[in-house]
Design a protein around this ligand. Sequence first.
Ligand SMILES: *Cc1c(COP(=O)(O)O)cnc(C)c1O
Length: 356
Amino acid sequence: MIDIRIEKTTAPKAKPDWDNLGFGNFYSDHMFLMNYTEGKGWHDARIVPYANFSLDPATMVFHYAQEIFEGLKAYRTPDGSIQLFRPDKNFERMNRTNERMCIPAVNVEDCIYALKTLVDIDSDWVPVKDGTSLYIRPFIIATDVHLGVHVSKTYLFAIILSPVGSYYAAGINPVKIFVENEYVRAVKGGTGFTKCGGNYAASLIGQAKAEKLGYAQVLWLDGIEHKYIDEVGAMNVFFVIDGEVVTPTTEAGSILPGVTRMSCIELLRSWGYKVSERRLSIDEVVDAYKAGKLNEAFGTGTAAVISPIGELNNNGEKMIIGGGKIGEVAQKLYDNLTGIQWGKQPDTLGWTVKVN
Ligand SMILES: *Cc1c(COP(=O)(O)O)cnc(C)c1O
């Protein structure tokens, strides 16, 4: 394992109000950092007090956005221990993102070890209340100080931790989604399958448009024909059509392959559901809706786990799904996934990793 230098804070922060955490508002006492230098590889792994970065204004990440990230959570179990959910999948995905963005690969085992060490040091930042968790944000930025487009020769890898509240403090309410027919998020050959900040920068205008119209998020269609469904904002999307569970195939590389998506597919298949990963056009969804065969629609992602879709607006035509309630398939997935993640039901698939 890598050697991690540990420097603990001498000034621990005041803890937040555990009843009003929200999402992404508070950060723990420490962070993990590691540098990359060409010829030397990743080096200087360290856990240090959470603090600002000091960077030259000409640092490349500010200009050419060579930046990538990941997102996962640590969960407090009923016996008080802390566990992670499939962290290997996140760091393996990080390496696929890295490859596309010309960033050097990280060692997956080292990353999991660093993460466990960091979470253990900040274990009193893992909230205890029902539905709360510690959101984990690993990210890498290009740090060469240079203006001129090229691949950076130096990088900074960081992991920060943020205690977050229950996504469904007020119950699971289905969200309204706007089908975006003008802007696109990703195209074949582009960066849709990566978790890079640039994808989000490019999606903001669609998100802002949807919000102005009273919608929570955007349903993105493929970037070439504006016909096939890709995904929702920061979530993958599933439809239950006449008993068949359908989710868009990630083959074209325009969809972020979610760990939650993968876990839902595996659980559903283990329960005997027919799950198809295939191309799915918005027209097929509209036709199914009109024929009374669109049983359910829901998004999947680490933050919300499962987010039922109650309305889809396609070119002004509103499809009302599930009568304002979560569907049977979505509910079953939600109960089982959260049961495993928070250690309330046995992890028969070996998906959890103990921190301490
Ligand atoms: C992170 C992300 C998801 C969900 O992935 P999970 O691993 O399930 O959290 C889906 N779509 C996009 C665009 C994302 O960035």
